[in-house]
Design a binder for this molecule. Structure first.
Ligand code: ADE
Length: 228
């Protein structure tokens, strides 16, 4: 998968993909992440990329022209499956969207700043708008990092145990069950007997029950999800 990210703060994204599973994905050639500094497309002496909003009001808006020049320059080299704008008013990111996007080849992500980007870019170039939650970040970069991480770990061959992403929370609209490791007893706190018994059918049944129970208590909304 190839991901291009347009940002005015590439330094914010310098770290997140250099460690752990994202590093492994990149080292294996399964994931390429390319940061594009929008300033290179800025206008005038000051390489301006934002301006006051029409109609007045506080806060700057990212200008249409630098963004369009940048997007069109990138589109000369690549056909994007989706042009994604990270924004608090986008559709809330869910695992099913991550699963769908993880099957794409080329993604372009646009990180907004200030009051957001000129609406005309959204109308004419953006194909998908994503929010990572109902709160406002100071820019789209951290949201883009979250999205890249959530997608990268789903790429075949990235996780050691290919099946392990299948058992993540949310994959079947259930939260994950509790997990334990050694020692089997610590300060008198015991690991449930069933996990020590070696009966895999029983263990699976216990895990499913725990997952259901946890979901009912913490996220009952997940249990009413309709399948797409
Ligand atoms: N940019 C600012 N806040 C955001 C959010 N919650 N999700 C995605 N992008 C954002």
């Amino acid at each position: 998968m190839h991901i291009d990210i347009i940002t005015v703060h590439p330094e914010l994204l310098a770290g997140p993909f250099d460690h752990s599973i994202m590093k492994r994905a990149r080292d294996k050639g399964l994931l390429e992440v390319n940061l594009i500094d929008l300033r290179h497309y800025g206008q005038g002496k000051h390489l301006q990329v934002d301006d006051y909003q029409f109609g007045g009001g506080a806060g700057m808006v990212m200008m249409v022209e630098p963004l369009v020049n940048c997007i069109e320059a990138l589109q000369k080299n690549r056909r994007y499956d989706e042009v994604i704008y990270l924004t608090p008013d986008g559709q809330r990111l869910e695992q099913r969207t991550c699963n769908r996007l993880s099957m794409k080849e080329n993604l372009l992500m646009i990180c907004g700043h200030y009051k957001g980007i000129d609406e005309r870019v959204r109308e004419h170039f953006v194909t998908l708008e994503i929010s990572i939650g109902d709160y406002v970040l100071s820019g789209g970069e951290l949201a883009a990092a979250v999205l890249v991480d959530a997608l990268g770990r789903l790429l075949p061959g990235v996780l050691n145990d290919e099946t392990s992403a299948l058992f993540d929370s949310f994959q079947d609209d259930l939260l994950a069950p509790p997990v334990y490791t050694r020692p089997a007893e610590y300060r008198g706190w015991k690991v449930p007997d069933v996990l020590l018994g070696g009966n895999f059918a029983q263990i699976e049944a216990w895990r499913h029950e725990q997952a259901l129970d946890r979901t009912r208590k913490r996220r009952p909304d997940l249990l009413s999800h309709d399948d797409e």
